[in-house]
Design a protein. Sequence first.
Length: 93
Amino acid sequence: MKIVETQEYIDTLLGILEFIAKDKKSIAILFNKRLRSKIKTLKDFPFMYRKSIYFDDDNIRDLIYKGYVIPYKVDIKNDTLYIIGITKYKDKL
């Protein structure tokens, strides 16, 4: 299964990493490394995380890491995962 990161996800992640790096660069690097590791596990188990509470679609899931929600869409037909974005966790409105 192929993983595709949207530009919105990349831009937001870079902002988060820059913010973390202001305090300690090594923590930002570790955060990024561990997050990417979690995302890679999705190749083998794309439905391992809960159905998204932000989208009304069973194929959109929420990976949660360190208080951040990373919604991703599973496209079985094209054998692809789309990483949609990353945001600090908040309750569904």
